[in-house]
Design a protein around this ligand. Structure first.
Ligand code: C2E
Ligand code: MG
Ligand code: MG
Length: 579
């Protein structure tokens, strides 16, 4: 009797859920702990329909089957973890074991231990194995892991990624004067601000102390990393408020790039560290690339970016004009307007240095409008001065072409300047047309309707569907200079020849750009190219120089047809025409 009393107190007070059931799973008796774990009441039990097997979440039922088989053979089963579905539908993780009741072949006693708290503790341990407890950011371990994965992915896709190491200047002093509690608060705040400067796909990590590390993926230019570094430094330079006290800090940042600086995680981190040390030695509050030249370039880009708008307002931009010539007669048929920036401190800058910046800041729209207006005005002025009308070609950037009011703006400029629309040619790249082909077709038709000529610049370097080429109202294809430069290479010659044949079949005009040598000219002539532009004839010229060229041409008289002239004699003709 004493024994039975003991057993029943175990049953009633155990924290382990215990139930008796038959082999099919039907529960005949259960203790409070069992009912609590699975969320059923004693009334539910009284209904005689509760089955421990049905409580098992479906994806774990095969484990129950296995346990039943074991019990039939050995009388007991090995404890295993599974999940049960509670009465309210929620899931509970349990450690489960069962055995045949002694002397019975049909009755089971089952034990279930609630693992919820254990699991939560385990998750916490796992979390803090990979996260920093102070800021909740990924720790060095997780950072390295992500970096390795990102490097593998970047290697496959050919994308650029950057590692940035951020360090607060004079943090030791801050720690000493403010004490650990405030310093910790500061670090948490710093973490938040840094996270606010990057995309969600980037990783911000704290390595310990005041050392933060960033992994930036899918970068297009090295300057993108510099931009983020600058953004972080600006964000950290705003005052921090603690106990009604304003605290100002500065930071130093080291940047390494993959694949340029290294393709493995260890070297990349080391390179960023080297760059960070250089930043620190420069008195802090700056960023440095591992490759020093990049820092200079990024800083120059920063200066240019800041000077772009004031430069436009102060009229620092100028246009050079490059002659375009008929390949048979050498007659000057048109000119291309090429923008330059006379920077007060940096001298004459070419479009490669600032058009990209102007594109990304949106200022290209204003600059482009200025170029168009100025080129039209100048062209008209030359006509008014008595020179023969010449077509003027103006480059339009993708962003400019996508402006909803582009057509209206061009029309307005033509009206204001009084230039005959048939004397204006707009140069577009394949990329800007193909971005939204339907929209492009509509706009091009509107421009054509005004009498404007359209040419496709850098043809052959982008992607264009030949089908669209037929549908676009285009007048001219400009063979990209990369093909012309190496036209002696049979592959390039074949490409140029194909472009010319294609253009002529579609009744388009072909102009080759970047013609520098007589050999290139001869080959282009043989391939029946229509027009040429390049240093062989003339570099892009300032307005006064171009005016001189026009004036000299007046004295040369009517151009002759040089189509039959042999190569050695061409040079003397060119000297006569363009000096
Ligand atoms: P692009 O339209 O293909 O212009 C031709 C470029 O080739 C010009 O460079 C020109 O100076 C250069 N070039 C001409 N002949 C030769 C030659 O014989 N050999 C070599 N190596 N180069 C030659 P630039 O002026 O530096 O312009 C570069 C690019 O900048 C232009 O390429 C054009 O895409 C863009 N750009 C120029 N002006 C403007 C503008 O006003 N607006 C826009 N959106 N882009 C412009
Ligand atoms: Mg062009
Ligand atoms: Mg071009």
């Amino acid at each position: 009797m004493q024994c039975e009393a003991r057993l029943s107190s175990i049953f009633d007070h155990s924290i382990t859920g215990i139930c008796f059931a038959d082999l099919d799973g039907l529960i005949t008796e259960a203790n409070e702990a069992f009912l609590k774990i699975v969320g059923f009441s004693r009334d539910d039990l009284s209904s005689g329909k509760l089955s421990w097997r049905e409580m098992t979440a479906p994806e774990y039922r095969h484990l129950d089957d296995h346990a039943i088989e074991r019990m039939k053979v050995a009388g007991t089963c090995t404890p295993f973890a599974k999940e049960c579905t509670r009465k309210d539908g929620s899931h509970v993780p349990v450690l489960f074991s069962a055995a045949l009741v002694s002397g019975s072949e049909a009755e089971l006693v089952c034990f279930s231990l609630d693992l919820t708290e254990y699991k939560q503790a385990e998750e916490k341990v796992n979390y803090f194995a990979y996260h920093d407890a102070l800021t909740n950011l990924p720790n060095q371990e997780l950072f390295k892991d992500r970096l390795k994965h990102a490097l593998l992915a970047a290697d496959r896709s050919g994308e650029m990624l950057a590692v940035l190491l951020v360090d607060l200047d004079r943090f030791a002093t801050i720690n000493d004067t403010l004490g650990y509690v405030t310093a910790d608060q500061l670090l948490r705040e710093v973490a938040k601000r840094i996270v606010g400067c990057v995309r969600e796909s980037d990783t911000v990590s704290r390595f310990g102390g005041d050392d933060f590390a960033l992994l930036l993926t899918e970068l297009v230019h090295p300057e993108d990393a510099a931009k983020i570094a600058r953004h972080i430094q600006e964000s950290l330079s705003a005052p921090f408020n603690f106990d009604e006290q304003e605290l100002f800090i500065t930071s130093s940042i080291g940047i390494s790039l993959s694949p340029a600086d290294a393709k493995d995680a260890v070297t990349l981190l080391k390179s960023a560290g080297t760059a960070l040390n250089r930043a620190k030695k420069l008195d802090g509050n700056n960023y440095q690339f591992y490759t020093a030249g990049r820092t200079t370039k990024a800083l120059r880009q920063l200066v240019l970016e800041h000077n772009l708008r004031p430069g436009l307002e102060r009229e620092e931009f100028i246009i050079h004009y490059q002659p375009q010539v008929n390949i048979q007669s050498f007659q000057l048929v048109a000119m291309e307007a090429l923008v330059r920036w006379e920077h007060p401190a940096l001298g004459l800058l070419y479009p490669s240095e600032f058009i990209g910046l102007a594109e990304s800041s949106g200022l290209i729209v204003s600059i482009g409008e200025w170029v168009l207006r100025t080129a039209c005005l100048q062209s008209k002025a030359w006509q008014d001065a008595g020179f023969d009308p010449l077509r003027v070609a103006v480059n339009l950037s993708a962003r400019q072409f996508q402006q909803p009011l582009l057509v209206e703006s061009v029309a307005q400029i033509l009206k204001d300047t009084g230039l005959d629309p048939t004397l204006l040619e707009l140069e577009l790249t394949e990329g800007s047309i193909m971005k939204d082909p339907n929209q492009a077709i509509r706009k091009l038709h509107e421009l054509k309707a005004m009498g404007i000529q359209i040419s496709v610049d850098d043809f052959g370097t982008g992607y264009s569907s030949l089908n669209y080429l037929k549908r676009f109202p285009i007048d001219t294809l400009k063979v990209d200079q990369s093909f012309v430069r190496d036209i002696t290479d049979p592959d390039n010659e074949a490409i140029v020849s194909a472009i010319i044949t294609l253009a002529h079949a579609l009744k388009l005009n072909v102009i080759a750009e970047g013609v520098e040598t007589q050999e290139q000219l001869e080959t282009l002539r043989a391939l029946k190219c229509d027009e040429v532009q390049g240093f062989l004839f003339s570099r892009p010229l300032a307005v006064t120089e171009f005016t001189d060229l026009l004036a000299e041409r007046l004295t040369i008289g009517t151009p002759k047809d040089y189509s039959t002239t042999r190569l050695p004699d061409l040079l003397s003709v060119l000297h006569e025409q363009f000096r």
